[in-house]
Structures are given as C-alpha cells and as structure tokens.
Design a binder for this molecule. Structure first.
Ligand code: PGA
Length: 250
C-alpha cells in the first residue's frame, strides 16, 4: 500500500547543463517505472533546468533545503518554500545530516522548515539518523526519538500525513558502509513504532520511511526487501543516470 519513493540527493554537484544531460539519459531508462515515485533533489541553480527536462515525465524535482519563512524577507543566501514551488518543485529535503553537521541545523529549525514546506505545498523529506558514536554507545533509538520528537512530532496529524521520513545513519553516508539490511530494518521498525505511538495505526502504516547511506545498484534490492523500508535517498549513486535508474528499477 505504500508506494516506494526513490529519491536522488545531488548535494553540491552538477551545473544546469549537466542537469539537462542527466535527464536526457535518465528519463528513457525510467519511463516504464510505475512501481515507484521518482524524485531528483538538485542544487537550487539547477532546479529550473531539472523541471524543464523532467516535464511530461513522472519524475519529480525537489530542493535540498528551504528557509522557514514563507514570506519574502531580508535573509541573504536563503530560498523560500514558495520560491521552490514557483519553480516547479514537488518536494524538499529537510534536516540532512550534512546540514546538521556543517550548517547548524537543529531539531527546532527542522520543525520550522518542515512547517514552511507544508505551508508551501511541498512534500518534506525529513532526515534523521545517528552518528557512529551514538550507535557505539547504544544510543541509536534515543537519537532517533529525540530527532523525531523535536523535528516532526509536534505537527498536527493532518500535517504529518504529507511527511516522508528518511533514515540516514551518518556513518553510512558517502562512506561506502551501508547499514546491513538488518540494521536498517531495526531502525525503520523503531521509527514506525514511534509514528504509531504519536499518530496512531493509520499514520504508521501509510508513512513512507526511506533508507539513505551508500545505497548502490548492488545493495538496493536487499534493502528494499525489508518490510519497513519504503524507498531510498541516494547521494553519490544518483549522480549517474545509469546507476540511479538501476536503483529505481531495483
Ligand atoms: P550517499 O548519500 O548515498 O552518497 O551515501 C546519501 C545521502 O546523504 O542522502
């Protein structure tokens, strides 16, 4: 009942020209892929090129961050939800661990940005995940619970229906160390239990929880075989159209 969502996170890669070239190769490889929703989250400057290239296809385009104000304002360097929406975005990544590590993102700002995304009509893909030290100290569930509570659990049940959660263990991002399907499955199960405790059975069974962290064409199948894994948030392997298409077509 949950349609898988395969999302690419391009991070700070590609120019508009390279974006157009990516879609030229990628779209024919996924035109029959109706089993899942497909999303490409590109740098801000590439969004218009991505939206134009993806027009008429089922591939959605998203941003990687947004400001928490939905109005215009004196916020140098920032981009708002209505701006993303105006350019044709469907979704936006929020609270990625790189934002948390390098740009001062907190659970409180994740919540504000998630509210702004919802108010702008964008699907928020909210990232949570533990650092290696948390896992080694046996604190994985505590970290996940804290991030969920601070970042999304004060949304109303109605607001929460639009939210996608991405579980990304920080130690698995860009390192080539994927969480084993069992490790990922445990974390996804825990996240779903938390959703059930806060929002009830219907929300728990309809919310999509994506896995992210070194997802590649050769490991996607075993991850997607886990009952609580509803898709992937793919960094490095989403930059190449052939590799991202083979992940989409797992
Ligand atoms: P990776 O990145 O696939 O390159 O590990 C995932 C992410 O950061 O979303």
């Amino acid at each position: 009942m949950r349609k898988p969502l395969m999302a690419g996170n391009w991070k700070m890669f590609k120019t508009p020209e390279q974006t157009t070239a990516f879609f030229e190769k990628f779209l024919p490889l996924v035109e029959k892929s109706a089993h899942c929703e497909i999303l490409v989250c590109a740098p801000f400057v590439d969004l218009p090129a991505a939206v134009i290239a993806a027009a008429g296809s089922s591939v959605g385009v998203g941003g990687q961050n947004l400001h928490w104000s939905t109005g215009d304002g004196a916020f140098t360097g920032e981009v708002s939800g209505p701006m993303l929406k105006a350019v044709g975005c469907r979704s936006v990544i929020i609270g990625h661990s790189e934002r948390r590590q390098f740009f001062g993102e907190t659970d409180a700002t994740v919540l504000q940005r998630t509210k702004a995304a919802l108010a702008s009509g964008l699907q928020p893909v909210v990232c949570v995940g533990e650092m290696l030290a948390d896992r080694e100290a046996g604190k994985t569930n505590l970290v996940l619970e804290t991030q969920l509570r601070g970042g999304v659990f004060s949304l109303t049940p109605e607001e929460f229906t639009a939210v996608v959660i991405a579980y990304e263990p920080v130690w698995a991002i860009g390192t080539g160390k994927t969480a084993t399907p069992e490790i990922a499955a445990d974390a996804h199960k825990f996240i779903r239990e938390q959703i059930r405790a806060h929002y009830g059975d219907a929300a728990a069974s309809s919310t999509r929880i994506l896995y992210g962290g070194s997802v590649k064409p050769d490991n996607v199948k075993s991850l997607m075989a886990q009952p609580d894994i509803d898709g992937a948030l793919v960094g490095g392997a989403s930059l190449d159209p052939i590799s991202f298409a083979s992940i989409v077509n797992f």
